[in-house]
Design a protein around this ligand. Structure first.
Ligand SMILES: Cc1ncc(C[n+]2csc(CCOP(=O)(O)OP(=O)(O)O)c2C)c(N)n1
Ligand SMILES: [Mg+2]
Length: 766
């Protein structure tokens, strides 16, 4: 039915779970309250069977109905087959998820449900093993929850599948992953996907034994109900009771209508295969089994099927009716206005007619018509013109909520609403290494909130490579401050899953250069979670990393443009020293937004004064700090570049050039009160400086300041950027000096900028 809707043009795209129904019924029988799912687009039967989706929801998503009530998973934002439950209440706080059946929000990239699945399972281990967490009975019942994963056979070819499987085996977490195996990934058969053509066969080395921990691995045929039930019952018991990860390989599944609505499988499946699929369709097989068992007669089954069809049709019709009537509400208000306007303007008669004749009109059709009508009415002093303008304004507001809201948290815990608290110092505030400032901040945090977790490569025993967590594993135990394998993508997934289940994780990526291994999952899963569920789920994960400047091609990177372009939905904080970093950690640990905090890799040994209120002071986001006041030029920078710029500015001052230096502190959000524009008003010149490539984050800052802050009109000279070279910085001090901006380069460029207007006062140096 849904497929037909697509072919009739009532929906854009269809991808369905037919051929995979029976295993999902079996899985649903062992899925209990408190459990979590991370799966993919074939799971419609499972979602219906656990009662977390009704058929009208299913059709509402197919049509892209933007109402949360109609499509609770995504409010029309996700294409069909992207399931999710609403885990947050109206205020945006977690519901009592230990008592609910939960599904994390699906995403389209194949296998990208795996990293998050690991974290969802890891949470159970922590709830069971950490006594301090027993109080959170709203989040977990003693860690009894299983994280159920589903994945297609071909998607197991992805690297992150293997990374997550290995990590789950190491961590021994209750993760029950089902592979729906239909022998194909779109048109590509298993010979091209999997060694030996079987994922359970090649994973058999993971099988646990008496002596060694590992996985329990089962397989079952997708059309054999008794076998499926038996396997899932065993799998559940081992997984839930012993916290052993389990893989269930469900083979001999079919895909009766091909992969999706965008192509037919007759193009790539042989006649024999198509015939086999027909005979092994799991609904057909189930029917045979029911009759063999004498559970129901063919007539009874016929009538059940008839009923099912009728109820599906009724659900489809009612979802369509609700969708179209909601969609056309604003158009109904516009029509009389167009009628009124068309009395005097014949062009508007045509615009109106065109809109009336549009089949299944969408919101864009009426907005287009209104805007075209307003072009005709431009400059005309008639009442209806204002009425149409008001209509446009009001639909724009409504549509902003429908299509653009929830990029970030909109709750009272939004990081932007945090009350700042200044750092306090007294006469005996000690001067410490930067890393010790951070360590004091983390210690206070771990003491304050048992849900705070820190983990990553080398974070546990040695307290990270720069010792920000030094000694804290000893104090708080291995479950709170934890080493992980070298696996950036699933370190982030571990954090996402934990955060979804109510933890406050700090996941560490050892160096900024290695964020590339995790950027996909950060972008596809974490950054868009609130958005794609329209506030139905959140994962306030703090990603901690360090970078900008140290040594060599892979330890000195500052790929800020890449980050800014791919992580909208997260906040990106770039503190220049460890005190600022601590202030941001304190702010973010109390907010419910995810963020990336980038510490300066060359700052851990520099001396800083320890604030007396290290565990409490909070820095606001989007509020720059003026590091030096000046009148000739505004220099906008952040992170490690602050020190480079300050050195240059000292020299410039000696030559009579007065610079105002602004550390923007956070790139997302960027200078929310437009203080850079205020500064340019005074200096009339602006320089954007950082260590990214040309056109990277400096271009981002320039767009913000010139366009968004309207600073263009205050400028008397062309804006300037100072950046690193286009290549990565070679090893050693000279490699750095000739690749990254240095104080002499900053001096020369700023001097040159000032010389442009006062060549007599500032003679040519070279
Ligand atoms: C990273 C990525 N690459 C490609 C695609 C396009 N794509 C969508 S589904 C699919 C095949 C998946 O096959 P399988 O995992 O066996 O699941 P099935 O559809 O057979 O159930 C592909 C290639 C995608 N969604 N994500
Ligand atoms: Mg497949």
């Amino acid at each position: 039915m849904a497929r037909k809707e697509v072919f009739m043009g009532k929906a854009k795209f269809g991808i369905f779970g037919d051929g995979k129904e029976l295993a999902q019924i079996a899985m649903a029988k062992v899925f209990r309250n408190g459990d979590h799912r991370a799966g993919y687009y074939r799971d419609q039967t499972f979602m219906l069977a656990i009662g977390e989706m009704v058929l009208t929801n299913y059709f509402a998503q197919l049509y892209a109905h933007t109402s949360v009530e109609a499509d609770p998973a995504s409010a029309g934002r996700q294409m069909t087959g992207h399931f999710a439950t609403r885990m947050l209440d109206e205020r945006g706080q977690l519901k009592e998820i230990a008592k609910l059946k939960n599904s994390s929000a699906d995403i389209s990239p194949t296998a990208a449900q795996m990293p998050r699945l690991l974290g969802l399972a890891y949470a159970s281990k922590l709830f069971r093993q950490n006594e301090e967490l027993k109080q959170f009975s709203n989040l977990s019942s003693n860690g009894n929850e299983i994280a159920f994963g589903t994945i297609g056979n071909a998607s197991t070819s992805e690297g992150m599948f293997f990374e997550a499987i290995n990590a789950a085996g190491v961590l021994q977490v209750p993760m029950l992953i089902s592979v729906w195996d239909d022998d194909y990934g779109i048109s590509v058969p298993k010979e091209y996907q999997t060694t030996k053509g079987s994922i359970s066969k090649i994973l058999s080395g993971f099988q646990r034994s008496q002596e060694e921990k590992g996985f329990e691995i089962f397989s079952a045929k997708g059309w054999d109900y008794e076998e499926l039930i038996k396997v899932y019952e065993q799998a559940e018991k081992i997984c839930r009771e012993e916290h052993v990860p389990v893989l269930v390989h469900v083979t001999e599944m079919t895909q009766p209508q091909g992969h999706s609505t965008s192509g037919s499988h007759e193009r790539y499946k042989s006649k024999e295969r198509l015939a086999w699929e027909k005979n092994h369709d799991c609904i057909l097989k189930m029917r045979e089994w029911i009759m063999d068992q004498g559970i129901a007669s063919p007539e009874e089954l016929d009538s059940l099927e008839k009923e099912a069809k009728a109820s599906a049709k009724a659900a489809k019709d009612s979802a369509w009716k609700a969708f179209t009537s909601d969609n056309q509400k604003s158009q109904r208000k516009l029509m009389p206005l167009l009628t009124k306007a068309s009395q005097n303007f014949s062009e508007i008669v045509d615009i109106k007619k065109h809109l009336e004749q549009t089949i299944n009109p969408e919101r864009l059709d009426s907005l287009k018509a209104a805007k075209k009508a307003l072009r005709v009415l431009a400059g005309k002093e008639i009442e209806v013109r204002q009425e149409i303008i008001n209509w446009v304004k009001s639909v724009n507001e409504e549509n902003f909520d429908r299509y653009n809201s929830y990029l970030h948290s909109q709750s009272e815990w939004s990081a932007l609403k945090a009350e700042p608290i200044s750092a306090k110092y007294s006469d005996n505030s000690p001067l410490l290494d930067g890393r010790e400032i951070l360590q004091a901040c983390f210690e206070a945090a771990l003491k304050r909130d048992p849900l705070i977790q820190a983990f990553g490569e080398d974070v546990g025993k040695i307290g990270d490579v720069n010792q920000g967590f030094a000694g804290l594993q000893e104090k708080f135990g291995e479950l709170r401050v934890t080493d992980t394998g070298i696996r950036e993508c699933t370190i982030i997934g571990q954090g996402i899953g934990l955060a979804l289940r109510g933890f406050r994780p700090i996941a560490e990526i050892q160096y900024l250069d290695y964020l590339l291994y995790a950027i996909q999952i950060l972008s596809d899963d974490l950054a868009c979670l609130q958005y794609r569920t329209k506030g139905g789920q959140k994962a306030p994960l703090i990603v901690r990393t360090r970078g900008h400047r140290l040594e060599g091609i892979w330890h000195a990177g500052s790929p800020m443009g890449m980050i800014l372009h791919s992580l909208r939905g997260m906040y990106v904080l770039t503190p220049r020293n460890m005190t600022q970093a601590a202030g941001f950690y304190n702010t973010m640990l109390e907010s419910d937004d995810p963020c990336l905090i980038i510490e300066c890799l060359n700052g851990y040994r520099l001396k800083e004064k320890l604030p007396d209120n290290i565990g409490e002071f909070k820095l606001p986001l989007g509020v720059p700090e003026i590091l030096r006041e000046g009148s000739d030029v505004t220099i906008v920078t952040y992170g490690s570049m602050c020190r480079v710029v300050m050195e240059a500015v000292d020299d410039l001052e000696k030559h009579g050039i007065s610079c105002e230096v602004i550390d923007v502190q956070t790139l997302l959000p960027f200078d929310i009160h437009h203080s850079v524009a205020q500064s340019i008003k005074k200096t009339s010149r602006v320089v954007f400086a950082d260590e990214d490539v040309p056109g990277g984050a400096t271009a981002f800052m320039m767009q913000k300041v010139l366009e968004e802050q309207h600073a263009y009109g205050f400028l008397d000279a062309a804006p300037l950027t100072i950046t690193a070279k286009e290549h990565r910085p070679p090893y050693a001090s000279d490699g750095d000096y000739f690749s990254k901006p240095n104080p002499e380069e900053v001096f020369d460029k700023v001097y040159g900028l000032i010389r442009e207007t006062e060549p007599d006062r500032f003679p040519d140096i070279y």
